[in-house]
Design a protein around this ligand. Sequence first.
Ligand code: DCP
Length: 694
Amino acid sequence: MPIARPEPQNARVIAHVDMDCFYVQVEQRKQPELRGLPTAVVQYNSWKGGGLIAVSYEARKYGVKRSMRGDEAKNVCPTIQLVQVPVSRGKADLNVYRDAGSERVFPLSSYLDFPRVGPDNLQVTYLHFQIEEGLTWAAKPTLPGVIFILATKGRCERASIDEVYLDLTDAAEQMLSETPPEKLEAIDEEALRSHVLGFSEDFEVANCCSSSSVEDSRGQEEHVRQWLCRSDADHQDKLLACGAIIVAQLRMEVLKETMFTCSAGISHNKMLAKLASGMHKPAQQTIVPSSSVKELLASFPIKKMKQLGGKLGTSLQCDLGVSTVGDLLRFTEEKLQEHYGIRTGTWLWNIARGINGDEVQGRLLPKSHGCGKTFPGPQALRTITSVRFATLNFNVEHWLNELCEELSERIQHDLEKNRRVAHTLTLHARAFKVDGLHTNKKFPSKSCPLRYGTAKIQEDARKLFDFGLREYLSLQNTGWGVTSIAISASKILAVPSGTSSILKFFNGSCPSSTFSKELTDVSAEDHLSKETADASVEDSLSFSTSASVVSSLVREHGANSGILTLESFSMWMQEFLQLVLHGKHSIMDFFRGSNSFCSSSQVCDGNEIYPGANGTESEKQLNYKGDGYQSSHIDIQQSATWRFNVDDVDASVVDELPPEIQQEIREWLHSSKHANTVKRGSTIDRYFSPVKRS
Ligand code: DCP
């Protein structure tokens, strides 16, 4: 449900930047001969020429739409060029499009022209690339792609594969104080071609403009110049004018360096910026001054609003007779709350007035990874494993394995390249029952903690499917078919900074580059052999005695086989250090009297199921109980899940640590307190593991 956030007091400049017909542009860059031609990208499928997923603006003029099949598109536009999405593992391979937004490209111009911003790490500086790539500045200069160019002027939130939000308030304030638009020698043509809602239209109406006339467009540009340079404008509009000039520069930079065009909306909040970015496409930008918000929303269709495309929007239409956002103004906040609850009611009241306090989150990387496949009509999957005489590809296990393999590769790549760890694995599916009963019932989505390694992901995904299917069928003995499966990895957290040197401290010599590999290796194995763990502990640690106690205790209790996350490692380490350094408690007490720390039951929280370490065991342990499954048996040997409340850590323990790691431990504690996620541990002994002796 949406949450209403009050607008901040200060004036803001927020932009929403959206690539134009993105997949088509990616394909046209690969095949430049397609530029300017009506083109569409078609999803892999032999039926009626495949489904269109992206359509060029040239093709749109003929009436080609995304909802069409290839054959249909050819009927309305015989010259259309249809490009197939690349295929891998029997399904669409979207990597080429995913990478296109954040790729590195070689410079087409001097990167020295780029301003550096910082030290805010949410804004990108070229220095960061240098570090990330491990390159020296002079050795191999690379320029960032779309996202990275856009992120140079302010906080940047990657919202989807081809769109971002930017908070340009600081950059606009700086420009306004140093070089306001009226003092600029020249304003870029791209900025002069902006559409200013409630202002540009006046000119068009007054001059009966036909957009093709050169004179008209000169006149229009002059009109926009006057708006950008108004001395009597209020502070918010002056900031928007600066923001528009900055966005135009960024869009030109994107085009120059990547050959992609994009469109943008510029306003004082995210909601309005997003509405505006789609108003004049392709390759244009639209400004929404506060004075034109009411008019914009008065005619804006309710179902086109983000979060109102589904049930809530339908209810507003059917139950309250609302068809545009402006229609909501007829209702008091209390009335809306009466219908939709306090939070949603207030949110609706706010959006009717264009109020939206959502902040631009600093996030350049995707929030989750997912991959899926549909099996329409006769392609529906009807068995879990392959059966005699059935085509191999018609069973769930085959496709789950394919999808899990791809997901595993992607999260592995994310870990190695971006040092991020995914924590939750989720399976979604669509299904039908052969007897046609309960057709409204949906296949329930299921989640569990994510364990790294393709085989583990496949194993867990299969269990999630089994749980979901059992619940879906409600113990009915009927045939079924699956028409789509999707698998995703979410709750992706950055590996805390400072980890590498803490490891270095313990291990003696563990360079940062080997750390993520360690993590990967750990997750690829269920348990270490006793000999290896012992040897590594004895050999490597400064705290060897205590560490081996920890290590052997963990082994003794059969620590779980889930992925060891950095979060859980930090949790273990904090506790370990506290015990070792204070010497107040017996370390045995920590493990024995561990009720407050150790919960070995499987967790079932709404749709979340956390399977145990051993597949068949955990399945046996699960009893179906109406809405979900619960563990009926606790098997501490197999599925211990360690929990720890970071607030309980005595902060003074940090003062007793060696000075060189105090700061890093403090940051860890700080970030753990703010992470607000379920803590789970794993085999700590793997961390006291084979020392790499030089
Ligand atoms: N996409 C997809 N399936 C969909 C919608 C979109 O695979 N149902 C892909 C293809 C699009 C890309 O995502 O190129 C971005 O989607 P947009 O909705 O932003 O649409 P486009 O960028 O294609 O066009 P526009 O210029 O209208 O934004």
